[in-house]
Design a binder for this molecule. Structure first.
Ligand SMILES: O=C1O[C@H]([C@@H](O)CO)C(O)=C1O
Length: 550
């Protein structure tokens, strides 16, 4: 067997002016870049990231999205859950093992810093000598993102203000950190537009996916949008989906790849079209109506030896309609574990938690809730509070395992009665099997239900099923896919629908489970699970900077 290696990175996190979509704003960079450097490792390698916080006035923490952190729950990078924040001027070392091959991500998990540009890819390949069950010639990582011109501070302030100020739709979409905003739409006479927005700035030239005719490419497409659900497509090229969140998928072909924030996919494309020209790769918003606010993101599929900057002779293909819910549900249903790579789920669960997702008005603030609890993080991180038995750190009453199934109408605006801001945790028995049913409902606007991508830290879960309307506790479990469910770490709950997950609580630690829409998590849409805390040895002192005890 090939020997596991240590992959060492030294990162400096800073504020800098950048123009990812031609509009200049202060962003957060790692070693001068956004997206940050790609972490490349092989299965079972140890990754060490020495992170220097050079932000002048802000704390930071970085989450390694999709890495389970087995045996290192303190390295998950979730501020308030697994560690104290890293203060300005401090250096913190993350050390963890990448135990599974696949496509993963990293991003800030403090306040709303992710959307300020603090994110990147993790690519874990198989140990030397082993190969994937599908063939390709080259491998590329592409992160999709949405981009807002207002700062993360301004957005966060608006979300917690009375009256509430919503962030709105993004100004542009980025493909691997590059987008294009129409500078001529900034016509304020007080602005010197040329210095703030410049469409000839090379920082915002379209991202180029260079291909050699006849070759097959593995594109690792992931999304770290702050808000948007996306569709991604490449003119004239079908995509064969082969991986989702680090697990092999029974291959299926799509023209449009729907992708929700926090998901990763690998698709194979063959450069088998007319090689005398280039092609558009585009991404557009689905699930929310951004038709008149956010233009599609554009990249160029460049057939060698055409000039990489040569625009394709066609108009970019328009993606699917934003409200085509059926196609999105169909893709969700199509994702199954690949034959030969199925990890069978336990056939029954020890506990079922049904999580009603609602949007509410709580004491004048617009918030999101799970079973009438809207979440707030404590000042002492859960992992430390649980391990050291600091019971004053958070509410010792756990949140509810369900809601009033009989009487709650998921198709109506919530009544806003008896919703509370709390921070209790779900304590799971170690090694027990837990089913989570995400139940969507109407938001605060009439006839509206939003799509939410839920992300679980510390575990992969089996996706047992999706359905429309209200989940029926007696009959719907009979329809679960217990044969070849895919394992994922992020999954959407579709509008007015439900999604059923199963996981084993086998990783000692405290783990966030939350909507990956950054503003929704900020508005309380999350919970925390804790299991096997008593099995953990002493926690590293480096995570405890904010905890002062006699
Ligand atoms: O959290 C949200 O708030 C707004 C809207 O519901 C209220 O303005 C919106 O679209 C969200 O996703």
């Amino acid at each position: 067997m090939a020997e596991a290696r240590i992959r060492r990175y030294k990162w400096e996190v800073k504020y800098e002016y950048k123009s990812p979509d031609c509009f200049r704003k202060v962003v957060i960079t790692i070693n001068g870049r956004t997206p940050g450097p790609t972490i490349q490792a092989r299965q079972n390698d140890t990754v060490i990231v020495e992170l220097k916080n050079s932000l002048l006035t802000e704390n930071v923490a970085i989450h390694w999205h999709g890495i389970r952190q087995i045996g290192t729950p303190w390295a998950d990078g979730t501020e308030g859950v697994t560690q104290c924040p890293i203060l300005p001027g401090e250096t913190f070392t993350y050390k963890f093992v990448v135990d599974r091959p696949g496509t993963y991500l990293y991003h800030a998990h403090y306040g709303m810093q992710r959307e300020a540009g603090l994110y990147g890819s993790i690519r874990v390949s198989l140990p030397e000598g082993e190969s994937e069950p599908y063939a390709y010639d080259y491998d590329r990582s592409i992160i999709l993102n949405d981009w807002f011109h207002r700062s993360a501070f301004e957005q966060a302030a608006g979300l917690s203000s009375i009256p509430f100020q919503w962030v709105g739709e993004p100004q542009s979409l980025l493909i691997q950190g590059k987008g294009r905003f129409n500078c001529s739409s900034l016509n304020s006479p007080s602005l010197n537009v040329g210095t703030i927005c410049n469409e000839t700035n090379p920082e915002c030239s379209p991202y180029v996916i260079a291909v050699i005719p006849g070759k097959t490419y593995r594109l690792r497409i992931s999304s770290l949008t702050a808000l948007s659900a996306l569709s991604f497509q490449i003119e004239g090229h079908n995509m064969t989906v082969v991986e989702a969140d680090g697990h092999n998928v029974e291959p299926f072909v799509v023209q449009n790849l729907f992708i929700y924030s926090g998901e990763t996919y690998s698709v194979l494309i063959k450069a088998d079209q007319n090689p005398t020209r280039n092609y558009w790769a585009t991404t557009n918003i689905v699930s929310r109506n951004a038709t008149f606010t956010t233009p599609p993101g554009l990249a160029i599929l460049n057939y060698y030896p055409n000039h990489p900057k040569r625009s394709p002779p066609t108009t970019p293909p328009s993606g699917p309609l934003w409200n085509d819910v059926g196609s999105r549900l169909n893709q969700s249903l199509a994702i199954k574990a690949r034959k030969g790579f199925i990890i069978p789920p336990p056939q029954s669960a020890d506990r079922m938690i049904v999580m009603l997702n609602t949007q509410n008005n709580v004491s004048g603030n617009v918030r999101w809730s799970v079973n009438k609890v809207t979440y707030t993080l404590p000042h002492i991180p859960y992992l430390i509070a649980l391990k050291e038995n600091i019971t004053s750190a958070f509410d010792q009453t756990p949140p509810p395992d369900g809601y009033d199934f009989k009487n709650y109408d998921i198709f109506s605006v919530a009544e806003n009665k008896s919703y509370t801001i709390r921070n209790g945790v779900y304590r799971l028995n170690f090694n027990s099997t837990v089913d989570i049913i995400l139940q969507n409902a109407n938001s605060l606007s009439n006839k509206t239900s939003e799509t939410h991508p839920w992300h679980l830290h510390g575990h992969d879960f089996w996706v047992l099923g999706y359905g429309e309307g209200k989940f029926d506790i007696y009959n719907d479990p009979k329809k679960y896919n217990l044969v070849n469910p895919i394992m994922k770490n992020t999954v959407p709950v579709h509008r007015y629908g439900w999604t059923a997950l199963r996981f084993r609580a086998d990783n000692p630690g405290a783990w966030a489970f939350h909507c990956h829409i950054e503003s929704h998590f900020y508005m309380g849409m999350g919970v925390v699970f804790a299991e096997g805390i008593e099995r953990l040895g002493e926690l590293p002192s480096s995570i405890k900077g904010c905890v002062h005890r006699k």
